[in-house]
Unconditional design. Sequence first.
Length: 278
Amino acid sequence: MEIKRQIPFMDLEQIAASGQCFRMEEKADGWYVLIAGERYLMLRQEGKSAGGSRFTFLCSEEEFQGFWKLYFDLERDYGGLRDRIDAKDLYLKQAAEFGWGIRILKQDLWEMIVTFIISQQNNIPRIRRCIRLLCERYGEKKKSVQGEIYHAFPTPAVLAGASLEELSACNLGYRAKYLNQTAHRIAEGDFLLQALTSMSYEEAKRELMKLYGVGIKVAECVCLFALQHVDAFPVDTHIRQILQAHYPQGFPFLRYQGIAGILQQLMFYYELHGDKSG
C-alpha cells in the first residue's frame, strides 16, 4: 500500500546525513530504506522544497498514522520555529536555511542508548558500520512486505547474552564494556526504560547518566532523539566550536526554550555539510 503526503520542511537526504539516524540508506531511483527497531520502511521524495515536497510511504494508513507520523515529527510546526530565530543572528539563520529539511526523529529508546554509547569519539561512517554489524549478528532476521531481508535491532536480552569479546568484534573498541554492562542492567530489570518516558527532561538526563558509559552528551542525545525533549542540547566538539565562535557570551537558551535541541541539529548539520567560506 502507498501513502502519499505533501510535507513541508522535510528532506530525506538531509535527515539521513544529520547524524541522528544510522539505519537509513538511499537506494535506487530515489528510494530510501529506513529500519526502525523491528520496522522496515521504503519511502521516496519528489522535489525539494521547504514549502512542501511530495512523499510516498510504502506502508498502510494505519502504520503511517500510528507510527511514522510520530517518528517524523509531522505534527510540529517547523516553519514556525524558524520564525523565532533572531533576525540579527546571521549564523543561525544561515544554518536554518541550509538545513531546511531537518526534523527530529522520534526513535526507539533502547536503540538510541546503544547508538550514542557507540557514537562516543567516533564518526558517522564508523558508527553506521558498528550498528550494521550488531544488527546482522544479533538482530532477528526478518522479511519486509517487499520481500527484502533485514535485521531488527537486537534486544537488551540478546546483547546481554553476548560476551565482551563478541561485542568487541563488532568494532566497538572500549565501548564494548559500556554496552555489555548496560545491556545486562536493562535485561535484568535493574534499569527500567519505561520509567524514563514519564520523566521530565532533567530527570531523564540524570537517570540515563547512571548507566555505565553514559555521560552528559550521550544522555542529551537520547533525550532529544528518543524522548523528544527538544530542550536537550548535546554538545560535542562541533557544537563547542560553534558556541565559541558565534556565541561567546553563551547560547540564548531562554529565547529558544522549547526548540533549542532542534536548532542544535540545524547548527550541527550546517557545520558538517555547509559551505561557510563566504
